[in-house]
Design a binder for this molecule. Structure first.
Ligand code: 9MR
Length: 356
């Protein structure tokens, strides 16, 4: 096993036979290192990428060989697409998009509006509320138009509801555009691109009933008024034990009932939530594999038209946001530090191919 993976890493690093076919099919002779997700998944399988990491041949080799969808981990957020004065900065996002196109990968846009990525030019906007809204609409129109040919779907707004109460967050967007601002963000995005798929993306909607209720009330309201929304990003930041699979299935069913496409977005599976591990044990790794496999299998059980994509929130364990955020050693992703696929990768693959 180890030798095979090493072969793959070498292949990725030195571009020796490192085209998609190197890992797209299992070889009876055992010459192939492992099966690429993109070669077997019946829906796009994505990964969050940072533009700056694509310069490393091993990194970009694994990304393009294994996945067929990408999300910018931060380069397409407002605070990164504009500077403090509102001037656009396109190059990191452009580079990522060029990479994705070159390797025939779908691009999911993340995210047009997010309270945590509010640039100074909007946070301190000096004009009237109407001018503020014009500026937001212009921003959406410019960004969505620029990437019209390339981006198939956008998170129009991210994380708009409070934890625990489900109240609309009192962001500058809510304050200056009023309580119906989400509807208008969806309309502005649709106006800029009639074909792009429009998503609402949030975390905690599996276990936080108030937030989930608010999200579905918002969806029901938009749908009853004929305001376009195509799908929901179900952020899958979970642990090896929480939340219960049944709760995940229930929330996905509620989306299907509303005719919404489901994006299992931002997936990572923490295995050290209590901080009891200093190294990843085989036992915990196997629990992670089981968890990944059962979630992928539940997604596979959905009717095809509702399976938008599953996106992993990063490639390798040490690069994940989880470590800084939670302050514990953590191994939440499919690849280890050496770019080797973990048991979780196998579990994912097994579910996608019906062998789980
Ligand atoms: O993982 C992302 C990290 O690299 C960025 O610094 C951060 C701020 O832009 O955003 C992280 O991703 C977040 C995502 O955009 C929205 N849901 C929560 C994710 C983790 O914070």
């Amino acid at each position: 096993m180890h030798l095979k993976y090493s072969f793959f890493i070498l292949c990725a690093a030195f571009m020796v036979g490192c085209n998609e076919s190197a890992v797209t099919e299992e070889s009876p002779e055992g010459t192939q290192p492992y099966t690429a997700l993109r070669s077997v998944a019946p829906f796009p399988v994505g990964v969050a990428v940072q533009s700056g990491r694509l310069g490393a041949a091993v990194h970009s080799g694994v990304v393009r060989t294994v996945f067929n969808s990408v999300t910018a981990e931060y380069e397409m957020k407002m605070q990164h697409l504009t500077d403090a004065s509102g001037n656009f900065i396109w190059s990191p996002a452009d580079a990522l998009i060029a990479f994705a196109k070159e390797h025939d990968m779908q691009i999911h846009g993340h995210t047009l509006v997010w309270h945590q990525s509010t640039p100074a030019w909007l946070a301190n906007f000096g004009g009237t509320d109407a001018e503020f809204e014009d500026a937001v609409r212009d921003y959406i129109t410019t960004v969505v138009t620029r990437y019209k040919e390339d981006v198939v779907s956008w998170d129009v707004i991210n994380e708009a509801f409070e934890d625990g109460t489900g109240a609309l967050r009192n962001s500058v967007f809510r304050r200056r555009m009023g309580p119906d601002y989400i509807a208008r963000l969806f309309q502005y995005t649709r106006a800029a691109d009639p074909d792009v798929l429009l998503f609402y993306n949030d975390y905690g909607t599996i276990w936080d009933a108030a937030k989930r209720d608010s999200m579905f009330a918002m969806v029901d309201d938009l749908q009853s008024r004929g305001i376009p929304i195509d799908g929901i990003g179900l952020q899958m930041h979970i642990t090896h034990t929480f939340p219960a699979l049944q709760n995940i299935v229930e929330v996905m069913d509620a989306m299907v009932q509303r005719g919404l496409k489901i994006h299992i977005s931002e997936m990572d599976v923490r295995v050290n939530p209590e901080g009891d591990l200093l190294v990843l044990t085989d036992a915990r790794s196997q629990l992670q594999k089981k968890r990944v496999s059962e979630i992928a299998a539940a997604f596979m059980d959905l009717p095809e038209e509702y399976r938008f994509a599953i996106t992993w929130w990063g490639l390798r364990d040490p690069e994940s946001w989880l470590i800084d955020f939670w302050g514990n050693p953590e191994w939440g992703l499919l690849f280890n530090a050496e770019y080797q696929p973990k048991p979780a990768y196998e579990g994912f693959l097994e579910a996608l191919t019906g062998r789980g």
